[in-house]
Write a protein that binds this ligand. Structure first.
Ligand SMILES: CNc1ncnc2c1ncn2[C@@H]1O[C@H](COP(=O)(O)OP(=O)(O)OP(=O)(O)O)[C@@H](O)[C@H]1O
Length: 192
């Protein structure tokens, strides 16, 4: 597993060795470098701006705005580009909120999603071919229409606590195992 958080993921596999499903371990220990993705959630303090995905992977789910990091761009640049492409807005105070590592029993490549938060933005959230933007009060986030991992990390996100999680999905959408840690993940070189 080659990724920005590889040493931390190795330590997770060691610490949870007895309970990590085999497909999660083999995916994370396999030869494929992580697919890097971004996710931006606007949080104005009482509401979050989500989009209903209109096509492609995760169609029908509400989610933040984001997508794949392309060759030659940084994770932050990709996050800014996808927010503009999908919601037609530019964040003014985007900060790193957390990192999510996804594994799938039907896909040998781990995904590493970098989650960003912003409270201020320029422009008007506008429906695009990909996403239809909707504001939700913090107490009314529609978890039953979202990816199964979201309910586990939104509490940390909303409390502005940095989080790192590893998630295992069977048949693409069924979450069968996860672990979540709060706080900046510091990994000593000898733990890598
Ligand atoms: C498995 N559990 C998950 N939980 C929460 N969020 C998830 C997710 N899995 C993917 N995501 C996010 O969903 C978007 C997919 O984007 P996706 O359409 O694949 O990327 P992108 O727009 O680059 O694709 P195209 O190039 O348009 O095909 C992207 O923000 C990514 O972070």
């Amino acid at each position: 597993m080659l990724g920005l958080r590889a040493p931390w993921v190795s330590s997770v596999l060691r610490r949870h060795a007895a309970v990590v499903p085999d497909f999660v371990r083999t995916t994370l220990e396999g030869p494929q470098p992580n697919k890097l993705l971004t996710l931006v959630i606007i949080n104005d303090g009482s509401r979050v701006l989500l989009g209903r995905k209109k096509r492609g992977f995760g169609e029908g789910y509400y989610n933040g705005f984001g997508g794949k990091v392309e060759a030659g761009e940084t994770v932050r640049q990709a996050a800014e580009r996808e927010l503009l492409e999908e919601a037609c807005i530019t964040a003014e105070d985007m900060t790193e909120a957390g990192v999510l590592v996804f594994t799938f029993d039907d896909n040998p490549q781990p995904w590493e999603v970098h989650v960003f938060s912003a409270s201020r933005f320029r422009g008007e959230p506008t429906e695009t071919d990909e996403m239809a933007p909707v504001w939700f009060n913090h107490m009314e986030v529609p978890f039953n229409q979202m990816w199964a991992d979201d309910v586990h990390w939104y509490p940390a996100f909303l409390q502005q606590k940095y989080f790192c999680g590893v998630f295992g999905f069977r048949e693409t959408t069924k979450l069968v195992w996860h672990t979540l840690e709060e706080g900046e993940v510091q990994v000593a070189p000898e733990m890598a």
